[in-house]
Design a binder for this molecule. Structure first.
Ligand code: ZN
Length: 186
């Protein structure tokens, strides 16, 4: 067998005469098969043939996960978010996954108008509170908008005295800001 060979589940990794089955492989009928997608390796000491898993599949989303996404629509009581990635899995982007934040899950205090706290194109950090209906919450201190753009000139807004100001046109705006706003980290 050759090392660093890209294999899919069920691909032959080697023969049982030459190797012993290692991680992410199984032996059947004198052959060793890959049980996951990845790269083949051989341990020269033990003669174990194994696979280093490599997958670009989007990670599973569960209750309590922290996700980052973009606001794509605002309704009277709902923020519609297109999810970009799950925290810790930045290299495996989510595709076509939409989620919503209900007005009651935006912050701990009463929200009269969502449009004072979110705007189109905002990048938000939120927690999944219902993975089946993809409902999010931004009520925690570190959750909310992490990057926003000026509604007049689309320049990135800068945090100033607890508010957001446009360094280009001087416009002031409000958001449900994350404590990580503008830090560039999730
Ligand atoms: Zn501006």
């Amino acid at each position: 067998m050759t090392q660093d060979c890209f294999v899919l589940p069920g691909d032959v990794v080697g023969s049982s005469e030459e190797f012993v089955p290692g991680d992410y492989t199984y032996a059947k009928g004198g052959l060793i098969f890959a049980s996951t997608t990845g790269l083949t390796k051989v341990d020269s000491k033990t003669r174990a043939a194994y696979v280093i898993p490599k997958t670009n599949a989007p990670p599973k989303l569960s209750h309590g996960d922290i996700v980052v996404g973009e606001v794509i629509d605002l309704k009277d009581s709902l923020v519609i978010v297109s999810l970009a990635f799950k925290k810790g899995y930045e290299s495996r982007p989510l595709s076509d996954e939409e989620a919503t934040i209900h007005i009651s899950n935006v912050r701990n205090s009463y929200v009269k108008d969502l449009r004072h706290l979110f705007s189109l194109r905002d990048i938000i950090k939120a927690k999944i509170i219902d993975e089946r209906q993809m409902r999010l919450s931004t009520s925690d201190e570190d959750l909310g908008v992490i990057k926003a753009y000026c509604n007049r000139c689309l320049t990135g807004l800068v945090r100033k005295d607890g508010k957001l100001a446009c360094p280009n046109c001087g416009n002031n705006e409000t958001r449900k800001m994350s404590s990580a706003y503008g830090l560039g980290v999730v």
